[in-house]
Design a protein around this ligand. Structure first.
Ligand SMILES: NC(=O)c1ccc[n+]([C@@H]2O[C@H](COP(=O)([O-])OP(=O)(O)OC[C@H]3O[C@@H](n4cnc5c(N)ncnc54)[C@H](OP(=O)(O)O)[C@@H]3O)[C@@H](O)[C@H]2O)c1
Length: 259
């Protein structure tokens, strides 16, 4: 299928590795010029070079922290008028809410709710004026299936999802859609960090937990980042203008509900 977005410009944060990188790759394969943001320059430059070599699109790299005002300014300076915005960054580590201070909660809200909202604030009016925009937030299944050890994610990400539900209905009339992708278990960095964070409390080895989590999924495996990248590219396509405000699970069927 021709997605109809060749020559469009995408700004993607959290895109040097894992799910964000897969989204950048999938968009670039459709002829979209990509600006990718991450904090560590080496991995970012490597990914940028790989995408450019594989697809021939224009790739711009910005080394910065998207959860800071400085990082957001640098990202938007490199890509001032994005047609496509992907909001993504690190999620929280597992823990017990009894151990978290107000500062921990504020940091979680900054990273998982306020930073994506600020990126939308800075880009959505331009998209509406130009008559095209696709915004995708990488969130988590934790907003539909609370993850007991991930209360910071359950709480902060739900704030983002609630906000998007309202904004998405105000932008779609100008052909600007906003959707949230809710990954289940994926074979990428956040999953590894999550399992590392569960070793002490479970007394199990990394390999044991890794295997158990795959076996508990109806698909009996982890998601592949490129599967999420392809979904993202479709949501950013010209064909997806009637899909907005949705929370889209991509989890191998782990969500147990019928609807
Ligand atoms: N993988 C899963 O199974 C899964 C499931 C549910 C939800 N999620 C969520 O999906 C998101 C992506 O997960 P992933 O597995 O793809 O992680 P990953 O493989 O660790 O990749 C994270 C990417 O984001 C960048 N990044 C992180 N914090 C950043 C920041 N503040 N500013 C700019 N770039 C930043 C990282 O590069 P630098 O470190 O260089 O900045 C890297 O490129 C996370 O929020 C995660 O919690 C993942």
């Amino acid at each position: 299928m021709e997605l109809g977005i060749r020559g469009r410009k995408a700004l993607l944060s959290g895109a040097s590795r894992g799910l964000g990188r897969a989204c950048a790759f999938a968009l670039a394969q459709e002829g979209v010029d990509v600006t990718i943001v991450a904090r560590k320059r080496d991995a970012l430059e490597k990914t940028g070079a790989e995408i450019a070599a594989a697809t021939g699109v224009k790739v711009t790299t910005v080394a910065g922290d998207i959860t800071t005002a400085q990082g957001r300014s640098a990202a938007l300076a490199a890509c001032p008028e994005p047609d496509i915005l992907l909001n993504n960054a690190d999620g929280p580590l597992p823990g017990d809410f009894r151990d978290w201070s107000r500062d921990d909660w504020i940091a979680a809200l900054d990273a998982m709710m306020l930073s994506p909202i600020e990126m939308m604030r800075l880009t959505v009016d331009g998209m509406m004026a130009r008559g095209f925009g696709r915004i995708v937030n990488i969130v988590s299944r934790s907003v539909k299936i609370p993850q007991l050890e991930l209360a910071l994610s359950n709480g902060a990400r739900s704030g983002l999802v609630g906000f998007v539900a309202g904004l998405a209905r105000q932008t779609v009339g100008s052909n600007v859609t906003i959707n949230n992708l809710l990954p289940g278990i994926f074979d990428s960095g956040a999953q590894r960090a999550h399992i590392e964070g569960m070793l002490a409390s479970t007394g199990k080895s990394f390999d044991e937990l890794w295997r158990e989590r795959a076996e508990a999924n109806p698909a009996r495996r982890y998601g592949r980042p490129m599967e999420l990248g392809a979904y993202c590219a479709f949501l950013c396509s010209e064909h997806a203008g009637f899909i907005t405000g949705q929370n889209l699970l991509i989890d191998g069927g782990s969500y147990p509900g019928t609807y």
